[in-house]
Design a protein around this ligand. Structure first.
Ligand code: G3H
Ligand code: ZN
Length: 289
């Protein structure tokens, strides 16, 4: 099987993005994999610290291996938004393919220092590292009813990104360009700052950039971002909404239904549909060859 590095380079060259789809249970994982299989797309399966603590790092790796063997699909595991070297080390030791060190709340120098430690350890094991500079608005992949505002000072400063990448030698960089984690239920979409993305890319050379907070971002913006150097896009909230929304409605209306494989099939189907839409939007269909 080709490596994740191969697919990220291919994405850069052919201008598409690989979706990172987060999961915390096996039904979601199966749904994401089914979509990838159907559309022949490389897939990154993401787990945050919370998601991986619930699912189990070793369990995620074991299932990735079984699914790879069974389907031949190019699926990769990423530890998303790891906040400490210690936890990322655990994920690397368990067998994750890549890790995302999120030191975005630290001062730049401290972010650089810890990212360097992560890179040093990961490289020895052939694991890729995603760093992050700038603060991506909001912390959780959930629905927001209260108003929040993306502050200019939280957006990635191109010169900070350049310094970070040069000093840490990360493989990918997550940037803050106007997206936020979660969905604003009043219908406010992220205001993507393509001007900032262009400036960052101008200083990055071949470095692949990552867009977090992909849920709720309009298709045109996603395509423009891919044109300007985004090679990986993270999606979580839309999958969570698809999973829980339909399930909640179904169980409320069918109080006598207690067979998990019946009602979970419905949730799987909803998550699969959203994943398929995103794969098509990101242009990664038929790229897993
Ligand atoms: O790291 C995970 C993502 O950035 C997910 O963001 O919940 O807005 O899709 P999202
Ligand atoms: Zn994120």
């Amino acid at each position: 099987m080709k490596t994740i590095k191969h697919y990220l380079e291919k994405a850069q060259k052919e201008k598409f993005a690989i979706g990172q789809f987060n999961f915390s249970d096996f039904t979601q994982m199966k749904a994401i994999v089914s979509a990838g299989e159907k559309l022949k797309s490389p897939i990154i399966l993401g787990t945050s610290e919370g998601e991986s603590k619930f699912f189990g790092l070793q369990e995620a790796v074991a299932l990735r291996d079984i699914i790879r063997k069974k389907t031949g699909l190019s699926i990769f595991l990423n530890l998303d938004h790891g906040k400490s070297f210690e936890y990322l080390k655990e994920a690397i030791d368990a067998g994750y393919d890549m890790v995302h060190f999120d030191g975005s709340k630290m001062p730049l120098e401290e972010n650089i220092k810890t990212a360097k430690e992560v890179v040093k350890y990961a490289k020895k094991k052939g694991v890729l590292v995603e760093g992050e500079v700038g603060r991506i608005g909001t912390d959780s992949s959930k629905l927001y009813s209260e108003k929040f505002e993306i502050k200019e000072e939280d957006l990635t400063k191109p010169e900070d990104a350049e310094k970070f990448v040069k000093e840490t030698k990360v493989d990918l960089l997550a940037v803050s360009i106007g997206t936020f984690h979660g969905i604003d239920i009043s219908g406010v979409c992220p205001n993507l700052r393509l001007d900032i993305l262009e400036k960052i890319k101008g200083k990055m050379g071949k470095m692949g950039l990552v867009l977090h907070g992909g849920s709720g971002t309009p298709e045109d913006d996603i395509k423009e971002a891919i044109n300007r150097g985004i090679v990986k896009i993270n999606i979580n909230t839309e999958l969570r909404v698809a999973f829980s929304g339909n399930l909640r409605r179904f169980l409320d209306n069918n109080v006598e239904e207690v067979v998990p494989y019946k009602f979970l099939a419905l949730a799987k189907n909803s998550v699969e549909k959203v994943t398929e839409l995103k794969i098509k939007m990101f242009g990664s269909e038929n790229k897993a060859q």
